[in-house]
Design a protein around this ligand. Structure first.
Ligand code: FHN
Length: 447
């Protein structure tokens, strides 16, 4: 009797085991409803401003190899200087960013008004910034530093309320299997297992930002498969269009909606007009992504703020890059610019975060519009100060609307008629609340 009972119990436990070990059916997320897609994208649309971080072994040579400064991008040095894998590995052996502080990086981002951070978990050179079990070519096992910087950043982002995201290169200059003969093996035994580590070891991620998809081995079908692989591990994650083959060069938007990916990725460009597709411009502050000592061609803070305003008025996001040094420091010119952007955003936050797009997002070259989420207020962003008054034709103020310059506690005098439009008397320049791009908040509607 006792024996029979144990056999029955054993059989039950075997059945339970079989059921729980059965692979979970994979969902095809490329068939998601529009409603679901929009709900998933909401935080990202509201965020508007992200920080891109290109950091890796290339920050050691910083654009120079064997006494020669290479003209290309800092992070492309391995390719541009034709550095053999075993030679490049010597840089990895030295990677010891002793001054890296996750708390400081995230504070700088937070203070700049950034809402999400996208860091290169692996760039084209194949070096992993986390303690990967798939390959020893990583910051914990291969470099003297020996610590997982992604873990430190992910913990710090959670603490400071910043959404944490990864950039990941599909192509790989280090992995021997990443060639046309062994591509399937590289994809299944290396690329996906590494991604699984990232998607299961760092909490809830905001975005997976793929790149390096232009290699001939990569196909749209593989892109769709990878998209589903990622979303089956993190269903609410957002994935850029470089997961597939849709993007059209640096303009970055997908050829059409049949291509996989949640948003377009113009690179070093701002779309010339708004788009029905979600998009994010990724841009550098100088001319390189990865740190390069000789690159001092910094954009001014004014240009960066104007770019942000222009992008947001057209319904896009800005992903602004920093390239930290080999010591683990954010270059001083970047820190300075981020601080100035943060100062501007502290005053003008309501014109940027969570806003909606107008049908006509601009008026002439000097005005960009955004609209409050409830549709009640139009933010009129003035790019060049017009002195005494501003005349605009595309906005009709609500009767009795008080018109104010954001950051200045005073009602401005205005008049409106159908023929001449809206004329607002502007405050004295000495009283302005910021150094560039001023915003008039108008209760009213678009004509
Ligand atoms: O080759 C990369 C480059 O190094 C950098 O990462 C940029 C960022 O968008 N993307 C690639 C080129 O499209």
């Amino acid at each position: 009797m006792k024996k029979n009972l144990s056999i029955i119990l054993l059989a039950i436990s075997l059945i339970i085991n079989m059921i729980s070990c059965k692979p979970k059916p994979q969902t095809d997320y490329t068939k998601e409803s529009r409603e679901n897609y929009e709900a998933r994208m909401k935080w990202w649309h509201d965020a508007r401003f992200g920080m891109f971080i290109h950091w890796g072994v290339y920050s050691i040579p910083a654009g120079e190899y064997q006494g020669k400064i290479y003209p290309g991008l800092g992070e492309w040095l391995m390719n541009d200087a034709r550095i053999p894998v075993n030679e490049y590995e010597k840089f990895a052996r030295q990677f010891n960013p002793a001054k890296f502080s996750a708390a400081e990086w995230v504070s700088i981002a937070k203070d700049a008004g950034v809402k999400y951070i996208v860091i290169t978990s692996k760039h084209h050179d194949g070096f992993a910034l986390w303690g990967s079990k798939v390959s020893k070519y990583n910051i914990v096992d291969f470099a003297p530093y020996g610590k997982d910087v992604l873990k430190a950043l992910s913990d710090e982002c959670a603490k400071q309320g910043i959404v944490f995201c990864f950039y990941h290169s599909i192509m790989d200059w280090h992995q021997p299997d990443a060639d046309s003969v062994n591509w399937a093996k590289y994809r299944e035994k290396y690329l996906k297992p590494q991604l699984k580590e990232l998607l299961t070891g760092y909490g809830k991620l905001g975005v997976l930002w793929f790149d390096g998809e232009w290699v001939k081995e990569w196909t749209e079908d593989q892109g769709k498969d990878l998209y589903n692989f990622v979303r089956n591990l993190q269903p609410n994650i957002i994935i850029n269009n470089r997961v597939g083959k849709g993007r059209q060069g640096m303009q970055g938007m997908s050829k059409d909606t049949s291509f996989v990916g949640d948003f377009g990725t113009p690179e070093q460009e701002i779309l010339s007009t708004a788009s029905a597709m979600a998009w994010e411009s990724c841009m550098t502050m100088n001319d390189t992504w990865g740190f390069k000592t000789s690159d001092t061609n910094w954009k001014s803070s004014e240009t960066l703020v104007k770019n942000l305003v222009d992008i947001v008025s057209k319904g896009g996001n800005l992903l602004l890059n920093i390239g930290p040094t080999a010591e683990g420091l954010i270059p001083a010119p970047s820190v300075e610019r981020l601080k100035e952007m943060g100062d501007w955003l502290k005053v003008n936050a309501e014109a940027i975060y969570g806003v909606k797009q107008l049908k006509n997002y601009k008026e002439g070259d000097n005005i960009r519009y955004t609209m409050s989420a409830d549709g009640k207020f139009i933010n009129t962003c003035i790019l060049t100060w017009p002195q005494k008054e501003l005349n605009i034709k595309q906005i009709k103020p609500a009767e009795g609307s008080s018109i104010r310059l954001i950051g200045l506690d005073a009602d401005l005098k205005w008049k409106y008629d159908e023929k001449n439009g809206l004329t607002v008397e502007l405050p004295d320049q000495a009283k302005l609340p910021c150094k560039y791009v001023w915003v008039l908040k108008i209760e009213g509607s678009e004509l």
